[in-house]
Design a protein. Structure first.
Length: 293
C-alpha cells in the first residue's frame, strides 16, 4: 500500500468547515420577525375561531333557513371552511406590512445622517455598504482587538536602513512629525529623505543594489495612466512625480515609496518584467520567480 485516503469529498476539513454564510440580521429585525410570526398565529387563530363560531351559529337554526341570509345549498361545514378565508381577508390588516417599508425608509435617512456627520469625516465621508449599519453600531458594547493595526492607521514608514555595516537614517522610534511626512495622491506616506543615503545611492554600488532590490523585489503594481512609446519603456507614466502604487502588503509599499524618494522609481510591472527609472537611466529587469509576501 503506497497511500490511503482517510478523509475525502465532504469529509475533508475544508468541506466540514464550510457551513455556508450565516444570515446576518440585526436585533431589530429579529424582534420584528418574531412579533410578525406571533401576530400571524393570532390571525390564524381568530379566523379559525370565527369560522368555527359561524358553523355553530348556522347549526343553531336546525335546518331552518335564516330570513336574513341567502339560501344555503351547500353543507354547513363547507360554508364554514369558506368563511375562514373571508375572515382572513377581513382581519389581514393585523399584519403590519407597511412597517417593513417604514423601517427601510428610516434606515436610508439614518445612513444619510451618517454621511453628513462632520465628526465621522476623514479624508472622505463615511461609506455605508449595509442598510443595517446604524442598528449594528448601536449594538456594539465591547471591542476586542488582537493587534494594533485594527484600530490605528497601520502605516509603515521608512525610517532607516543598514548597508555595508553603516546605518542610514534615524534609529529612534516613533512617528515623524506631520511636517516631515508627505502624503501622495494615492494616500501613501512618503518618508523624509536622508541626505547621507541619497549621496550614497549615487556613489556606493552596494547601496545602489539595495535600492534596486527595494524597488523591484515585490508585487507592487503601478496604477497611473501611461503613454505609448517606441522603445521597451512603452506605457510609462506621464509624470514620474504623480505615480501611485497599490500593494497587498504595507511593508512592500513603504519600501517602494522609500526607493522612489531616492530616485529609484518603479515605472511599470508586468508578469514578465519590471521597468525601473534608476537615477537618470531607465532599466528593465526580467522577473525570475515570485515568492509571495
Amino acid at each position: 500500500i503506497i497511500g490511503l485516503v482517510i478523509y475525502a469529498g465532504h469529509d475533508t476539513k475544508a468541506m466540514q468547515n464550510n457551513k455556508g454564510a450565516r444570515p446576518k440580521r440585526s436585533k431589530v429585525e429579529k424582534i420584528l420577525n418574531t412579533d410578525v410570526f406571533i401576530i400571524l398565529a393570532m390571525l390564524l387563530s381568530m379566523c379559525s375561531i370565527s369560522a368555527f363560531g359561524q358553523w355553530i351559529w348556522l347549526q343553531s337554526y336546525d335546518g331552518r333557513q335564516a330570513p336574513f341570509l341567502p339560501i344555503i345549498t351547500e353543507k354547513l361545514s363547507y360554508v364554514a371552511f369558506l368563511s375562514f378565508f373571508v375572515f382572513l381577508i377581513v382581519f389581514n390588516q393585523l399584519i403590519p406590512m407597511s412597517l417593513y417599508i417604514m423601517l427601510e425608509l428610516t434606515k436610508v435617512i439614518q445612513i444619510w445622517f451618517l454621511r453628513q456627520d462632520l465628526d465621522l469625516f476623514g479624508t472622505k465621508s463615511v461609506l455605508c455598504r449595509s442598510m443595517s449599519i446604524a442598528e449594528d453600531l448601536g449594538q456594539v458594547e465591547y471591542i476586542f482587538s488582537d493587534k494594533t493595526g485594527t484600530l490605528t492607521e497601520n502605516q509603515m514608514i521608512f525610517k532607516c536602513i543598514t548597508c555595508s555595516r553603516r546605518i542610514y537614517g534615524e534609529t529612534s522610534t516613533g512617528r515623524g512629525t506631520p511636517s516631515e511626512l508627505v502624503v501622495d495622491e494615492g494616500g501613501g506616506v512618503r518618508p523624509p529623505v536622508n541626505s547621507e543615503l541619497l549621496a550614497a545611492s549615487t556613489s556606493d554600488e552596494n547601496v545602489k543594489t539595495m535600492m534596486v532590490g527595494m524597488a523591484v523585489c515585490n508585487t507592487v503594481m503601478v496604477t497611473t495612466e501611461g503613454r505609448r512609446g517606441t522603445s521597451f519603456s512603452q506605457y510609462l507614466p506621464k509624470d514620474f512625480n504623480r505615480i501611485v502604487y497599490e500593494a497587498e502588503s504595507p511593508d512592500e509599499l513603504s519600501l517602494v515609496n522609500a526607493a522612489r524618494e531616492y530616485k529609484f522609481i518603479l515605472l511599470r510591472r508586468t508578469p514578465e518584467s519590471c521597468v525601473l527609472k534608476q537615477q537618470d537611466v531607465i532599466m528593465r529587469y526580467k522577473v525570475g520567480i515570485i515568492m509571495r509576501y
